[in-house]
Design a protein around this ligand. Structure first.
Ligand SMILES: Nc1ncnc2c1ncn2[C@@H]1O[C@H](COP(=O)(O)OP(=O)(O)OP(=O)(O)O)[C@@H](O)[C@H]1O
Ligand SMILES: [Mg+2]
Length: 461
């Protein structure tokens, strides 16, 4: 629980209500009541105290316009509040009310109800808000030019990037696909003396082979059919700046020869031209392929390799980055949180386990894509291994503590029971031999709640 001395509860009514708000007595039960008369007022409290955790009550007895649901989302999605809805019993039949409760609230009460009951329910919401991962707070000090990572291999990379930025020597960045080679190239450029000059990136693998030469070096008017006027190439565009040659392993052999000449002499000719053009660029290259293997196969020139690879950096694969995997996942969740329909508060234990167990062949790019998709598709408040399409991964037998093993087994058993019973809590609870209330609590803990789950299980009073 939070270290706050008093527990703060915000009260907001969606519309004027005749009934008593029933919150007056909360002060005597240890609550500090803050009334807010508008959504901006609620947001002001929540954003103004981003480090605090709140319980928040939304009184829906005066009703609300379903069209306002989207407008309410930022308020109800703020990561530092746990919401409880107050309703009249007959309102539970109304779909907008049901949806608001399902998507945004920890629980609801039907008023009037004894203050002690209300205080207990609000206490649960406050407790859950206190436990939630702080996905709204930007973690300090772990971003290096947009790169997230604190593990030893990433720290070593940052050191190498800084040193590389101080020189003009060509840099070659090796690493599997999606590990952040382009980000690293940009970081070198931004920290170098050329930072206020152009950074030109060219993906040698994405350009048709017959066009690479003219794309890189430009061409003169009439150089070939269709060349109606002179075109400046990427190398010339990058004059005084940095040229990033991505997927250099895909560079055609004839182009490799021209590039080698440029690297040796500092000048080149446009396609179809005779003028020797001197350009000052710093070269950074990268590929996910094994260049030494390409050399052995005769597909890449060894002399060009040695010219490009004066400084060699290695991007570590994601699976070797330990807790950075979760840091990156949380960052992606923060970035895409508003694309989902509901508030997502973090990752369930089985999702965290899967993040660590999966091999990540597509590395950071794949991680970001999986989280982004999960944000949109998730039905619960926590992203599960299933949402990430990694449900099989968390059962892999990597070293885990007994507590983790129990947690994962519990999460599995609940997921299976829910699937078997089409998410009917009563039947799933009976299968599992626990009460419906216990099952509901476990579902919340593992972040497995489904929109079609038995809403009544959440009710109090
Ligand atoms: N350390 C990191 N922190 C945050 N985002 C990252 C990190 N590394 C990579 N990314 C993100 O992952 C995605 C892939 O990165 P990038 O394009 O730099 O990889 P790459 O190694 O060049 O991939 P490819 O080999 O497929 O070209 C980008 O969206 C990038 O912003
Ligand atoms: Mg790339």
């Amino acid at each position: 629980m939070s270290a706050q001395a008093t527990r703060d509860v915000i009260y907001f009514a969606s519309a004027p209500t005749d009934g008593s708000p029933a919150l007056q007595g909360l002060a005597t039960l240890g609550w500090h009541l803050r009334r807010a008369d508008s959504m901006p007022a609620v947001l002001k409290i929540l954003r103004g105290h981003a480090g605090m955790r709140f319980a928040a009550v939304i009184d829906l007895r005066g009703g609300f316009d379903a069209r306002d649901l989207a407008a309410m989302a930022p308020m109800l999605s703020a990561g530092n509040a746990g919401w409880v809805a107050c309703v009249q019993p007959d309102q539970l039949a109304l779909e907008p009310i049901r949806q608001l409760i399902r998507d945004y609230c920890y629980d609801y009460v039907t008023l009037p109800c004894p203050e002690q009951v209300l205080s207990t329910v609000i206490g649960h919401a406050y407790g859950m808000a206190s436990l939630s991962p702080r996905v709204q707070d930007e973690p300090a000090g772990d971003v290096n030019d947009g790169m997230i990572g604190e593990c030893p291999p990433m720290r070593a990379l940052y050191r190498a990037l800084r040193k590389s930025a101080l020189t003009q020597a060509p840099v070659f960045i090796a690493g599997e696909t999606g590990t952040g080679k382009e980000l690293a190239a940009l970081a070198i450029h931004r920290h170098s003396s050329r930072h206020d000059q152009p950074f030109a990136a060219i993906n040698c693998g994405a350009i048709a082979q017959n066009l690479v030469q003219s794309e890189l070096f430009g061409y003169e008017r009439g150089a070939f059919t269709g060349a109606q006027q002179r075109k400046i190439g990427r190398i010339e565009h990058a004059h005084h700046g940095t040229l990033f040659l991505d997927e250099i392993g895909d560079l055609p052999l004839d182009c490799q020869a021209s590039l080698l000449r440029f690297l040796q002499e500092g000048c080149f000719e446009r396609v179809g031209g005779h003028e020797s053009i001197r350009v000052d660029v710093r070269i950074i290259s990268a590929t996910h392929q094994d260049l030494r293997a390409l050399i052995a196969e005769g597909r890449f020139r060894a002399d060009l390799y040695h010219r490009l690879c004066v400084l060699r950096l290695e991007q570590p694969p994601l699976r070797e980055r330990g807790d950075d995997i979760v840091r990156l996942a949380e960052n992606a969740l923060r970035r895409y949180a508003n694309e989902g329909r509901r508030v997502i508060r973090g990752f369930s234990p089985c999702a965290i386990h899967a993040l660590h167990t999966y091999e990540w062949p597509g590395n950071v790019r794949e991680l970001i894509n999986r989280v982004r998709q999960a944000v949109v598709m998730a039905d619960g408040r926590l992203i599960t291994a299933e949402d990430l399409h990694l449900a099989d991964e968390h059962t892999n037998m990597l070293p885990q503590t007994l507590e983790e093993a129990r947690n994962n087994a519990e999460c599995d058993a609940i997921q299976q029971a829910l699937r078997r019973n089409r998410h009917r809590l009563i039947d799933a609870a009976r299968d599992l031999g626990v009460s419906r209330v216990t099952l509901y609590r476990l579902i919340e803990r593992h972040g497995l709640r489904r929109p079609d789950s038995d809403a009544n299980a959440a009710g109090a009073a």
